[in-house]
Design a protein around this ligand. Structure first.
Ligand SMILES: Nc1ncnc2c1ncn2[C@@H]1O[C@H](COP(=O)(O)OP(=O)(O)OP(=O)(O)O)[C@@H](O)[C@H]1O
Ligand SMILES: [Mg+2]
Length: 252
């Protein structure tokens, strides 16, 4: 059974068909790319997958469960975590607390336990600290754990967002242009980290990118979106050599 199965997904905004008849199947452990020019509908697909928008057509199955039309928080609990095209960190909190904010969404004690500071609260908090620090180590951010998030360089803020998304222990991680605004060295390093997360955590990742050269290095399969519709899909090299795809990109 595929981890994610999307069938005939569609949404309109007024007269604009932003996503039309979108189909996607992703297997557990895959690193899958979604590419396309500006305004193609990539972020809208993430918004549909995470319950920000409700589709007008189609359905979304995650690990055998129908999650179509569910609320964002429920979908997150079902196992989809995401990062955003524009960084959304708690800029006034520390790096560590940003990751813990992801963990808190899933904390195993009741609010009352937290308020009353019962022993379970301290035990769980200690475990959360340890888990958050482990994640920060993976991203090379452990030395900056007590920095204010907004004081990190841009490339590290982007990595912190991914660490925070992973803190919820998702089945599927959605990354919306994670390399946007990065310099070439930061981009290279980020790509290595994404590959590491997939290989070491066996994470399934759907990666949106604007720049097709960038995804071609790390994704096994791709879907190319154009004007809300699938232009091409399949194995990366074949897709990138597809004359339709080349024409769409040259015409940009
Ligand atoms: N809430 C909304 N209301 C109206 N139109 C919207 C809304 N969200 C997206 N759109 C439109 O849907 C189309 C697809 O937008 P989307 O943000 O998904 O593109 P994208 O592929 O992510 O582009 P980019 O590479 O610029 O991020 C665009 O024409 C956009 O203006
Ligand atoms: Mg976008």
């Amino acid at each position: 059974m595929a981890l994610l199965e999307v069938k005939n997904l569609g949404i309109s905004f007024g007269g604009l068909r932003a996503v039309d008849d979108f189909n996607l199947t992703i297997e557990q452990g895959e690193l899958y790319g979604l590419i396309g020019p500006n305004g193609a509908g990539k972020t809208t697909i993430f918004n549909l997958l995470t319950g920000v928008y409700k589709p007008t057509d189609g359905y979304i199955m995650l690990d055998g469960e129908n999650i179509t039309g569910k609320k964002t928080i429920e979908i997150n609990r079902h196992g989809i975590a995401r990062t955003f095209q524009n960084i959304r960190l708690f800029s006034e909190l520390t790096v560590l607390d940003n990751v813990k904010a992801g963990l808190h969404n899933h904390h195993p004690y009741s609010t009352l336990t937290g308020i009353l500071r019962l022993p379970k609260y301290y035990r769980v908090e200690k475990e959360m600290n340890e888990r958050a620090m482990e994640l920060l180590k993976v991203f090379g951010l452990d030395k900056e754990a007590y920095y204010k998030a907004s004081n990190l360089p841009y490339g590290q803020q982007r990595k912190l967002e991914i660490a925070r998304a992973l803190a919820t222990d998702p089945k599927l991680l959605l990354l919306d242009e994670p390399a946007a605004g990065m310099n070439p060295n930061e981009t290279q390093e980020l790509m290595k980290t994404i590959r590491f997360v997939r290989d070491e955590f066996h994470m399934t990742i759907l990666l949106i990118e604007h720049d097709m050269k960038l995804v071609s290095g790390i994704c096994e399969r791709l879907t190319v979106l154009n004007f809300g519709q699938i232009l091409a899909e399949g194995e990366t090299t074949a897709v990138l050599n597809d004359p339709k795809v080349i024409a769409a990109y040259l015409g940009e």
